[in-house]
Write a protein that binds this ligand. Structure first.
Ligand SMILES: [Zn+2]
Length: 109
């Protein structure tokens, strides 16, 4: 079972529990109202949909997702968006730090 982003159900459940804030700007997600700003969206930290593990799947807010698009994190962190929001290598979530240091790779299953 996988959702429409190709993310296996157990990964989805794990990440939903882990990421209660945007992994980039740390905005706290809400599900109560329909504020688009605080809505979580699925993010592949390394932009490769085949990398489906908990080390590459994360939740970030819609505005970070829209801004990052398909950019590399390293490049995106240099963008005006990140500068304005003070998103830096030090402020991002642990899971993103790990992915930067040790990029998730495809394993031969
Ligand atoms: Zn964000």
């Amino acid at each position: 079972m996988a959702n429409r982003w190709g993310i296996p159900k157990h990964i989805e459940e794990f990440v939903k529990k882990r990421d209660t804030k945007c992994v980039y700007c740390r905005i706290v997600f809400t599900t109560e109202n329909n504020s688009r700003k605080n809505k979580p969206s699925w993010e592949h930290i390394v932009n490769d949909i085949r990398l489906n593990g908990t080390d590459n799947i994360a939740l970030c807010c819609m505005s970070c997702n829209a801004s990052k698009g398909s950019k590399l994190i390293e490049d995106w962190l240099e963008s005006d968006y990140c500068k304005k929001k003070e998103i830096t290598v030090d402020s991002i979530d642990e899971v993103v730090k790990k992915a930067l240091k040790n990029p998730p790779k495809l394993n031969n299953k």
